[in-house]
Design a protein around this ligand. Structure first.
Ligand SMILES: Nc1nc2c(ncn2[C@@H]2O[C@H](COP(=O)(O)OP(=O)(O)OP(=O)(O)O)[C@@H](O)[C@H]2O)c(=O)[nH]1
Length: 960
């Protein structure tokens, strides 16, 4: 189907129906005169021509006499001719839709209408056997595209409304217009002139009238006889000279013959009075004087005669003009008795007959016909088929005349003998009937078309209302079943779906929150425990075992990228002997730091496992609350745990995102065994040079030796004092102890000078120097005091006797003990120092300060940083706990956010859908109500026009 956009365009719909093909032109309203400009044949012409051709054959084949035969003829025509099936009540009459339903090759079909199969052509012999759908409102609605129909109908309705206004004006107007039309050269102009009693419009043997000449009473032009040629594109107004050009009557011949097809000429003449000038004065004066009164003007009404160009020459334009002139009351159709009806004449008459109902038919040039009866029969049969109304009133409406001849006509009759035929009588009779029909039946001629039109329109409106009611009710029940759920198939309604989603929301929120909290708590606890254990092991001079950190599950989830570092088994280096003790201490230190780094990685792995479980649980929630297709889409985003704890700070955020949302490209993660950057925490421990530096304390742990003298360092959990204070005291104690050691050893040179123990003195010097060095400034005073005491002791003779061997033994013992103890004490000393340094690591403290002040928005971060005020202690554990927990929370939260967002999207969409449906239901209810109201109004209007026919008759009698 294609729809012509231009409402003035006529398009024929050919549909197959009950074994007949028929052409539906649903009404005859043409609302735009612009179709005058059309020159191409419309489908209606094609269809009509074909149909008329077949009709022609039928009519021609009938005899000229006998009503019985005519009855058969009529029956045959109705049965076979597509054009003559009267419209049924459920067809559109007025609101014609320009639908083209696959009619031969002229039509395009972009949409198939299953039960609206159309006949291949208008040929009556082609069986279609399909039923049309335009007869039922329901099928009309179901097979045509609604929005297109709506817009088409919209324009049709406005056009119909405008037409109604025209009709109203026409009924009220005293002016009646008679359009004189017919075949080319049929003698239209001759008839017009004879009616006027003057030679006004040009007559020629060749086709001559090329313009429309409207002959009017000169009274309308201030009594002046002249010709106005309407300007194109302007609406003619006799008072506005801008709209026409003035000419004399003499110029009319040229104007009418040379005018273009669309030219409209207004001819003003003084009818009924002796013409003031002109060559025809003499010949016509007698005729004019014999007329009882003017045809153009009389007390009841004024008349205008429009002489149109021949149909053959310009049938389309004449048709258009006729149709566009709603004020045309009567069609005077001139047909030549010699030619009968041509195809275009038939088409025109058929179209015209539908609204005008009556056509005044003048069969001209009848005088010269030899077999007049046969001619009457053939022409009569044609009229009957084309305009049944006219046929019914044939006594009044169908006339056989010889307009071009006056007086008696003598022709040879059938038998060959001359027959006399009175042309004047025939014409006068016709003229009298025309006057009667136009003037006296004016009421009928005006009101009946209006009634016919109104009835058609009402029918259309009712059809539309019914169609719309069906549509609205259907839509309403369809939407309601979607909204409430239909009982039959057990489908859940949209309302119920929304309700269920609302109920699900609480549970979903709780579960998602639980996943996040559980995951975070688990990781938080594990990180604290594992790193604390690792540190304690190191502090005891041992390496933390892998098994102590990671369980088997942790191993199983260890990512491949991490496999190498995991395979790394750390062990303490072999003791290389006393001379490489410093290197040994350094190696032990490195291994211990690496072990701590390893512990961090292990616990990260464990966190990954926890997060993976959490993401799985979130997925379960998603599966429960999201519709299948959304969940499928969601599941396409894969969690990649290896993207967690990315070592590069700058890309860390990006990788978090990737961890949850997947992502095509492979990210490169730096999990190197000790030189990576721990997310925001700087370099890993083993790669930090300052932590690898070895001091004397790594060799000799004075805390162990002087364990009884000082408060031994213990785990941070046992401390009651402020961290800073403890550290201060420890430092002071360490200094004192070192000074004493330094002094005691430093005095050895004095002793050795007596005892000659040179080797010891060497050691003594070096230890003394070490003592001084370690003791620093604070030790100088105690060193001096101790020296004085020793010198005092040596002055005593008794003491001098035993002091030398005792000191020697002590020094030797000490040195021996130190050398023997070194392999065992170094790891312990190193471990203890490493533990102390790591626990109070400045890098970790800085990191905590940064995240604590700047970005500690996450719950976990805040708790860890702010809950303890001993910030200097165990910052390393805290920092890692914070970092790993935060990452865990972030990923879990992202996963939960994803599900929540999806849920929200689906929910919003559903709610919107439900609202929309509720709107539709309301709209439908309103529409059904409106339909009922308008249907009621239609009934009222119908009641109002029922009596129009009788009234018209009454009106006519009044006039008479
Ligand atoms: N024999 C005869 N000739 C007629 C009669 N009426 C008209 N004619 C002639 O037919 C020819 C055409 O007449 P017109 O009146 O111009 O016909 P028309 O239908 O107006 O022609 P167009 O406007 O050109 O279509 C002229 O030569 C007329 O003289 C008639 O009754 N009998």
């Amino acid at each position: 189907m294609t729809f012509a956009d231009d409402p003035s365009k006529e398009t024929e719909v050919i549909v197959g129906r009950q074994g007949l093909s028929r052409s539906l032109t649903l009404a005859s309203i043409v609302d735009a005169p612009k179709s005058l400009g059309d020159s191409q044949s419309s489908p209606i012409e094609v269809a009509a021509s074909q149909s008329l051709a077949s009709l022609d054959t039928v009519v021609e084949g009938q005899g000229v006499d006998g009503d019985a035969e005519e009855g058969t003829m009529s029956g045959t025509m109705v049965e076979t001719d597509p054009l003559l099936i009267p419209p049924t009540e459920s067809d559109f009459h007025v609101l014609r839709l320009d639908l083209k339903l696959n009619h031969s090759s002229h039509f395009t079909s972009s949409r198939s209408a299953p039960s609206c199969t159309t006949a291949a052509s208008a040929d009556s012999t082609s069986p279609s056997g399909q039923s049309t759908t335009t007869t039922s409102p329901a099928s009309l609605v179901s097979h045509l595209e609604k929005s297109s129909i709506a817009s088409l109908l919209g324009s049709r309705i406005s056009a119909a409304s405008a037409h109604l206004t025209n009709l109203e004006q026409r009924v009220k107007s005293p002016l009646s217009k008679v359009l004189v039309t017919g075949d080319l050269n049929a003698g239209k102009s001759t008839v017009v002139n004879r009616l006027l009693g003057r030679e006004i419009v040009p007559v020629d043997q060749q086709p001559c009238t090329a313009a429309f000449c409207e002959v009017k009473d000169a009274k309308e032009n201030a009594g002046v006889e002249e010709v106005h040629v309407c300007k194109e594109g302007k609406t003619y107004d006799v008072k506005d000279e801008e709209t026409y050009t003035r000419h004399t009557l003499e110029e009319l011949d040229t104007l009418a013959t040379e005018g273009t097809d669309a030219t409209m000429i207004k001819v003003y003449i003084n009818d009924g009075a002796a013409p003031s000038n002109g060559s025809s004065q003499d010949s016509d004066s007698q005729n004019s004087q014999s007329r009882s009164h003017s045809l153009l003007s009389n007390p009841v009404t004024s008349l205008a005669l429009i002489d149109a160009p021949g149909l053959n020459r310009d049938s389309l334009k004449t048709t258009a003009l006729f149709a566009s002139h709603t004020e045309i009351d009567v069609i005077l159709f001139v047909v030549s008795a010699e030619n009968h009806f041509t195809l275009s004449a038939k088409e025109f008459l058929w179209t015209a007959g539908r609204e005008k109902r009556y056509v005044f038919v003048v069969v001209n040039k009848f005088g010269g016909i030899r077999d007049k009866e046969r001619c009457r029969g053939v022409v009569g049969g044609q009229v009957k088929g084309l305009s049944p109304g006219t046929w019914e009133g044939r006594g009044m409406l169908v006339h056989f005349v010889e307009a071009g001849t006056k007086g008696m006509v003598n022709v040879k009759g059938k038998g060959g003998k001359g027959e006399e035929w009175d042309a004047d009588e025939a014409f006068e009779s016709m003229e009298a009937k025309l006057r009667k029909f136009v003037l006296e039946k004016r009421v009928t001629s005006k009101l009946l078309p209006a009634k016919t039109y109104l009835e058609g329109l009402l029918g259309d409106v009712e059809l539309l209302l019914e169609a719309n009611r069906i549509e609205a009710e259907g839509e309403q029940s369809r939407v309601l079943s979607l909204l409430k759920g239909s009982g039959n198939d057990g489908a859940v309604g949209k309302e119920a779906e929304v309700k269920k989603m609302q109920e699900d929301e609480g549970g979903m929120e709780d579960e998602l929150e639980d996943v996040e909290e559980c995951g975070v708590r688990r990781v938080e606890g594990r990180v604290g425990d594992v790193l604390e254990q690792a540190l304690e092991m190191v502090e005891q001079g041992k390496l933390p075992g892998r098994l102590a950190i990671g369980n088997t599950a942790t191993k199983a989830i260890t990512p491949n990228a991490h496999a190498n570092s995991n395979a790394l088994t750390l062990s303490l280096p072999e003791y290389p002997g006393v001379w490489s003790v410093l290197q040994y201490a350094r190696d032990v230190r490195r291994v211990m730091l690496e072990a701590l780094d390893q512990a961090v990685r292990d616990v990260e792995d464990e966190a990954r496992g926890v997060v993976e479980e959490g993401v799985d649980r979130v997925g379960q929630v998603g599966k429960k609350v999201l519709p299948e297709e959304v969940e499928r889409e969601r599941r396409r985003r894969v969690f990649r745990k290896e993207a967690m704890f990315a070592r590069e700070k700058t890309t860390a955020v990006k990788k978090h995102h990737k961890a949850v949302h997947g992502g095509g490209s492979k990210a490169v993660y730096r999990y190197g065994a000790g030189n990576g950057v721990v997310g925001g925490l700087g370099l890993s421990l083993a790669s930090r040079e300052e932590l690898l530096e070895v001091g004397l304390e790594d060799l000799f742990d004075y805390r162990e030796w002087f364990g009884g003298c000082f408060a031994h360092h213990s785990s941070h959990k046992n401390k009651s004092q402020k961290n800073g204070k403890v550290a201060e005291e420890e430092d002071a104690a360490a200094m004192t102890a070192l000074s004493i050691l330094g002094v005691s050893l430093g005095t050895l040179p004095l002793v050795s000078s007596h005892l000659g123990s040179l080797s010891l003195s060497g050691l003594g010097v070096s230890l003394g120097a070490g003592g001084l060095g370690l003791g620093g400034l604070m030790g100088i005073r105690s060193l001096f005091e101790a020296s004085v005491k020793v010198v005092d002791m040596i002055r005593d003779e008794e003491v001098r006797k035993w002091i030398a061997p005792v000191v020697g033994a002590v020094v030797l013992g000490s040195v021996g003990w130190v050398v023997v103890e070194l392999p065992r004490s170094v790891p312990r000393s190193v471990g203890r120092r490493v533990g102390r340094e790591v626990r109070r690591d400045a890098g970790a403290a800085g990191y905590l300060a940064r995240v604590g002040s700047g970005s500690a928005k996450g719950k976990g971060g805040e708790v860890i940083v702010k809950e303890k005020d001993d910030e200097g202690e165990d910052v390393w554990i805290k920092a890692h706990t914070y970092r790993i927990t935060r990452e865990t929370r972030k990923v879990l939260r992202l996963a939960a956010w994803d599900v929540r967002e999806k849920w929200r999207g689906v929910y919003d969409e559903r709610v919107k859908e439900v609202r929309g449906m509720e709107e539709v239901v309301k709209k439908c209810e309103k529409a059904v109500g409106r339909m009922a109201v308008i249907l009621g109004r239609c009934g009222e209007v119908r009641q109002g026009i029922v009596g129009v026919g009788e009234m018209a008759e009454v009106g006519a009698e009044e006039v008479e």
